[in-house]
Design a protein around this ligand. Sequence first.
Ligand code: GRF
Length: 194
Amino acid sequence: MTHFKVAVLISGNGSNLQAIIDEFKESSHIKICCVISNKEDAYGLERAAKVNIDRYFLDHTKFCTRKDFETGLTDILEKYNPDLIVLAGFMRILSEFFVEKYKGKLINIHPSLLPKHKGLNTHQKVIEEGDEFHGVTVHFVDNTLDGGPICAQASFKVETKDVKVLENEVHKIEHELYPKVIKDIAAGKINIIN
Ligand code: GRF
């Protein structure tokens, strides 16, 4: 059976990466082919190292333009020819160059019920606006901020005013939803039609 190859891009802790590693470690179909971080001290790189996944640090500050950095990314990705590129806490905006190249193969997880609360500090915004529900969204990536066709969402009722508590709840459902969506994409159950 040919593998469905998943590349994961991170910038930090990588708890979503861990959930994906755990979910697919026994899979004969879905394989994480590489992990790329734009931060050298991203804990996610250690998570990848522990299970021997190829990993790369690509310092965006060393490139003159966004496109140069993204060309660096594609140079790495082309070695693996991934079926899917998963953004998991990757804190760089990707330009049209990259997004167009990997159209339909690039997904992101965002900690809100999009289109509500694009950008940062989503938990704070949920509390400030007194939202009844909060949740997460997995979406294909286009070149707008947190935009692109939605693959799946999961929500829960907001019962706290504590940002940290809310963040933990969100993480819990992220770790369930993201691997599920990857599985559905690999199985051809989710794709972009046009
Ligand atoms: C997650 O909350 C994700 O939704 C957002 O960045 C966070 C990454 O967390 N895009 P982690 O690095 O996977 O722990």
